[in-house]
Ligand binder design. Structure first.
Ligand SMILES: *[C@@H]1O[C@H](CO)[C@@H](O)[C@H](O)[C@H]1NC(C)=O
Ligand SMILES: *[C@@H]1O[C@H](CO)[C@@H](O)[C@H](O)[C@H]1NC(C)=O
Length: 485
């Protein structure tokens, strides 16, 4: 009896060990992000890859304040998840900046307007929503009911409110967490890759007045790819809030005239402190892993802040980071190539998709959009003329099949989308139905819609497809490591 028990235990132990090895091997294989280019790396580069490459000048965590900007009607839908994907150890330097005093678990949401110019608080048409929010809270009504059904109207209301909040947001943050090296202001649906942020900021001297932000240039169209995250150094905050005492207060009455919060803040910073924003793109962007235009220009770059990240994707990003750092002990900065491996590579993209995306068109993709030949049917001519012409594609306006064919015949094309109605490309292509791109984006499902064209209802549908083979071939030839070392 005893012997029998022992043998079964002896068999049991190796099995457990074997199982553990198999599970580990499986996780290692599936979780290792840039496995394909591993063998191709020169020996010294692969060694550097496993060694920690964290910047020796990494900023300490408590020296970076993260201000999460929100509005009362969004607090319950967006703030809890933003806090969930923040480590408890990092909570003390987080502040939630809104427009109504509220409590979310252990966090206080600040009403940054509570000391705003009193007569404006009572009368400004821009602050109508602010007053409604207070009334609703007093009567214990559902704040969500305040949100307008009409998106354009709702966006306008938010824009007006935001303009008035922006300077008070900075002021409130300084009052609660003064004299930290860096102040990072994000939206509640922004995902920060903190290790990258700390090593990136470590390259700069916070004792200088510095502002990082990809704000649209005055007069330029607002592009969703830029993102609204901005960063101020401690010296910039001091210059605005300490050295010049009444700047914030004196600007309360001047904010209404600006088109947006960023225009207002840019103006205050440039007139009061002489400070202009420095761009940090694509590290900080308005993309999320599903909308990134994967390709040249972003591939090897570090990801610092992404925006409009759906909660499910933020959760997956959080898990990816944890797996890399705690389990696989990878300390290399997270790059867009890593996001590709996790979010896009596992997707089936070999067949075209009906009712899918539309991301090949759109303003933020104009840069990667492939131009069509000026005159149709001149493919012969194109082959014999200069290089610029050769990179142009034949038009494929007749059907999605023609559009796919046009993509297939252009070497640079990795993705196409076809809309039943002509859509702007924001470049010299003008309005087209076929949209070709040199970058690869995943996009999303977009159902058929009826839209108004010259007073008549027209059906709008999208089809999309990818040339994943071409893309992966390109990706395998990238040498991100050598660029960083
Ligand atoms: C910001 O941009 C200016 C002008 O391009 C440049 O001189 C300055 O060094 C930049 N500052 C930082 C911190 O990158
Ligand atoms: C396609 O994208 C543009 C912006 O890129 C957006 O304005 C438009 O509503 C989208 N169309 C559909 C059908 O989703």
């Amino acid at each position: 009896m005893f012997t029998k028990h022992r043998t079964s235990r002896f068999r049991f132990v190796p099995r457990v060990v074997l199982l553990a090895i198999l599970i580990y091997a499986f996780i290692w294989i599936t979780g290792y992000p840039r496995q394909y280019d591993d063998d191709e790396l020169p020996p010294d580069a692969s060694r550097a890859k496993s060694a920690p490459t964290e910047s020796p000048f990494c900023v300490e965590l408590d020296q970076v304040v993260v201000g999460i900007r929100t509005t009362a009607t969004d607090v319950w839908s967006k703030v809890p998840s933003a806090l969930l994907f923040t480590y408890p150890a990092k909570y003390e330097s987080v502040i939630v900046l809104g427009d109504l005093h509220m409590e979310v678990g252990a966090f206080h949401v600040h009403d940054v307007l509570d000391r705003f110019d009193d007569s404006l608080r009572r009368t400004s048409p821009d602050l109508e929503r602010y007053r409604q929010q207070m009334t609703y809270q007093m009567q214990s009504r559902n704040l969500g009911a305040l949100v307008e059904q009409d998106e354009v109207k709702e966006r306008d209301i938010r824009l007006r409110l935001e303009k008035h909040k922006i300077l008070r947001t900075l002021e409130r943050t300084w009052q609660h967490l003064p004299e930290r090296n860096w102040y990072v202001f994000v939206d509640a649906d922004t995902y920060l890759v903190r290790p990258n942020m700390l090593s990136w900021l470590g390259q700069y001297d916070s004792g200088e007045s510095i502002l990082f932000g990809n704000w649209p240039r005055p007069g330029a169209e607002d592009s969703p790819s830029l993102g609204s995250t901005f960063v101020l150094s401690v010296q910039a905050m001091r210059a605005l809030l300490v050295e010049r005492k009444d700047v914030v207060q004196s600007w309360d009455t001047r904010l209404a005239e600006f088109p947006s919060a960023y225009a207002a803040l840019a103006s205050v910073l440039s007139t009061a402190v002489g400070l202009a924003p420095n761009r940090t793109w694509p590290g900080i962007s308005g993309f999320n892993p599903r909308t990134v235009p994967y390709g040249p220009g972003v591939w090897c770059e570090q990801v610092i802040a992404m925006q409009s990240v759906p909660t499910g994707i933020a959760s997956e990003l959080w898990r990816l980071q944890n797996q890399r750092e705690d389990y696989d002990h990878i300390h290399d900065p997270l790059t867009f190539a890593d996001l590709w491996s996790r979010f896009i590579q596992p997707e089936s993209m070999d067949e075209p998709r009906e009712d899918w995306d539309n991301l090949s068109s759109g303003l933020e993709n104009a840069k990667w959009n492939i131009l069509f030949e000026a005159t149709p049917h001149s493919i012969e001519h194109a082959h014999h003329s200069n290089r610029d012409d050769q990179s142009r594609a034949i038009r494929g306006e007749e059907s999605w099949i023609a559009c796919r064919e046009s993509c297939n015949t252009n070497e640079q094309c990795v993705q196409w989308s076809f809309s039943s109605l002509a859509t702007p490309n924001h470049n010299e292509n003008g309005d087209t139905r076929c949209h070709l791109s040199r970058s690869l984006r995943f996009g999303q499902h977009v159902g058929a819609q009826t839209v108004d064209v010259d007073g008549e209802g027209a059906k709008s549908t999208w089809n999309s497809g990818w040339r994943r083979d071409r893309f992966e071939k390109w990706a395998q030839h990238q040498r991100c490591k050598s660029q960083q070392n």
